[in-house]
Write a protein that binds this ligand. Sequence first.
Ligand code: GLU
Length: 280
Amino acid sequence: MIFRTRFAPSPTGPLHLGHAYSAILAHDMARAAGGEFLLRMEDTDLQRAKPKWDAQVIDDLTWLGLTWDGPVLRQSQQLTSYNKHLDVFENMDLLYPCSCSRADIRAAISAPQEGVSHDVYPGTCKDRTITDRKPGDALRLHLDRALSRLAHQDVCFEETGPAAKAVHHLNPERALADIGDVVLSRKGEDIIAYFLASALDDVAQGITHVVRGEDLFDFTMIQVLLLRLLDLPQPIYHHHTLIRDDAGKRLAKRDDARALAKFRAEGASPQDIRRMIGLL
Ligand code: GLU
């Protein structure tokens, strides 16, 4: 089996040193294994994803000397496929509509941020049925039913990253307490939960190894659970340590001070960047 990985940035701001680390690590792992490195733009956040950032990502990665195999996949082009998979969940009777506040739902579907805890949904709309869905309702996964469908499977994934190298097994009680009924979509608005879109595209792109930051580790079990429900293949995961600022905080897009564009403007070379992040 060929080793195939990817870099999947959200084009919502400039790439910084942390992204460079993730992209270069994944790229180098693929090349060392004689495998493939793919690029995917996670541009489903229609308010924040911008063509100018998409172009800047391509420019920065090219400048770093990275090459990717095949065309760039953009999630905004994949909405029909996401909706087909949502229909499969609906046919399995695993979805219910939810009208709880926009702010709650927004927080649940946007890309994760370190230090922002993911609230477990209290189940207010749990007894509603899909047939009484109103425009603008979110769709939630009925986790108890999902778990019963998988009761006879050992739902697990292999992690090869440094912090949690092991085979991790799903514990249903813990999933109910820690994950709960996640929002998968706000159908009317073509908004899809980040973790579902990402997991589906890993399958669509034939990814064998997901290489990404350890801030995303906690999303892995729900992604694997969703793939198992859909009977789709799952990759091996490698969550790498994060590049942090001097105060030990994870770099974020708003930290323009560490944007690659800034280092480039100041005359740094791609080798300098590799040296700064310890990947020379
Ligand atoms: N788009 C996500 C981010 O920029 C990464 C998703 C992933 O690698 O699975 O944080």
